[in-house]
Design a protein around this ligand. Structure first.
Ligand code: SAM
Length: 217
């Protein structure tokens, strides 16, 4: 069993296709370090048209996600598996995602992420499910899928064994010792007349570590 199971509820499951099948995350899934399941909210919609959204009472632009299909989808998915998991709705009004929260989420064994669309959710979805809410920043995306990808990506790279080099998560910006990362260089040594700092060629590990500490941004 994977250390962490994600369940993503969305109206557009195929948006996650490339995200789940490339690079670090796909390797982590292959190694069963993390499990990611996608669920189409529309599968819980009733009627011939499988309606999931409707006009807002009181008027106004756009469409609102209806409570019945969304709540049924979340409850059904949470009932699968041994534990309901930590339920998080992606919304611009939510708690702002930061590295502290990412570290906290990396300790969980199951996270259920609900992605909104259109003008967002019928308020009774929040009242019924009492989820946590999470925002990835003060701007408006078209849907919660990109926000969910940000959560999955940031969290999975902290799981043991996911990153090839165990050090690479330790030394990064927002890491345990705070601050932002120092400037990094690779070949060529000179690029458009710009040389790399001599100290990085010195082989003096203590001096390099000191230089990097001093040059944290
Ligand atoms: N009418 C909503 C408002 O003004 O707050 C915006 C809805 S937005 C177009 C559609 C969906 O995208 C939201 O329900 C949410 O799931 C997602 N979303 C948009 N911006 C987001 C953000 N900054 N963080 C997390 N999710 C976001």
């Amino acid at each position: 069993m994977a250390a962490l199971r994600f369940d993503l509820l969305t109206l557009f499951p195929s948006l996650f296709d490339g995200f789940l099948t490339e690079s670090i995350l796909s390797r982590a899934i292959e190694k069963a370090l993390v499990e990611v399941n996608r669920w189409d909210i529309r599968d819980w919609a009733q009627g011939k048209h499988k309606q999931v959204d409707d006009r807002p009472f009181g008027g106004g632009p756009g469409m609102v996600l209806m409570a019945p299909p969304v709540v049924s989808a979340v409850e059904a998915v949470q009932a699968l598996g041994e534990r309901p998991g930590r339920l998080i709705v992606l919304t611009p009004q939510g708690r702002r995602l930061d590295q502290n929260l990412v570290q906290e989420l990396a300790q969980e064994s199951r996270i259920v992420l609900l992605c909104g669309r259109y003008e967002g959710f019928d308020e009774r979805i929040f009242e019924t499910l009492e989820p946590e809410t999470l925002s990835i920043g003060d701007y408006i995306l078209s849907g919660g899928e990109v926000a969910a990808m940000a959560v999955v990506d940031a969290v999975m790279r902290l799981l043991p064994g996911v990153l090839g080099d165990a050090e690479s998560a330790v030394d990064e910006s927002f890491g345990p010792d705070g601050g932002l990362e120092y400037p990094q260089y690779t070949r060529p040594r000179t690029y458009r007349g710009r040389d790399i700092p001599e100290i990085l060629l010195s082989g003096n590990h203590a001096a390099i570590a000191r230089w990097r500490r001093e040059h944290r941004r």
